[in-house]
Ligand binder design. Structure first.
Ligand code: CMP
Length: 135
């Protein structure tokens, strides 16, 4: 069984679409294995997004992701990493297909509603960071 880390980012929480995102995940047949509402501290945010450290948008990304509560989830199921990324749509919500989470809700490449791990390797690292007590 594969697992992935999903975040409903502060913009998604602010817009009251937690229920819809979770419902789409469940409708697809994926399972929520862990879930927490929390506000990220700067250090955790920087570690989570460490591969983007050198990008020009990094400081603004850290400010955005720490700017309010988010929902962190471990989602599991058959090919969960790819399954959730397909539900989420492409990073830029304007390019994301209608019917996907980003395609239905977003206009902003930074405030793009959700995050999903981009590989099983990233998923393992990110799940450890958010849910260190999970086996
Ligand atoms: P996510 O899938 O969480 O991974 C990296 C995040 O960086 C991405 O979603 C966006 O929130 C953000 N991001 C990616 N590209 C840009 C960009 N060009 N400008 C601002 N933020 C970006």
């Amino acid at each position: 069984m594969e697992r992935t880390l999903v975040l409903i980012k502060p913009d998604g929480v602010r817009r009251n679409i937690i229920g819809d995102v979770i419902s789409r995940i469940e409708r697809k047949g994926l399972k929520i294995a862990a879930l927490e509402l929390r506000t990220l501290d700067e250090e955790t945010a920087k570690t989570h997004y460490e591969e983007h450290t050198d990008k020009p948008f990094f400081p603004s990304l850290v400010e955005f992701i720490t700017g309010g509560p988010l929902v962190a989830m471990v989602v599991e199921g058959n090919r969960a990493v790819e399954a959730f990324r397909s539900l989420a749509g492409t990073t830029d919500p304007i390019a994301a297909a209608p019917g996907t989470i980003r395609g239905d809700y977003g206009l902003d490449v930074q405030a793009n509603i959700v995050h999903g791990s981009d590989s099983t390797y990233s998923a393992e690292r990110e799940i450890k960071l958010f849910f260190p007590d999970l086996a």
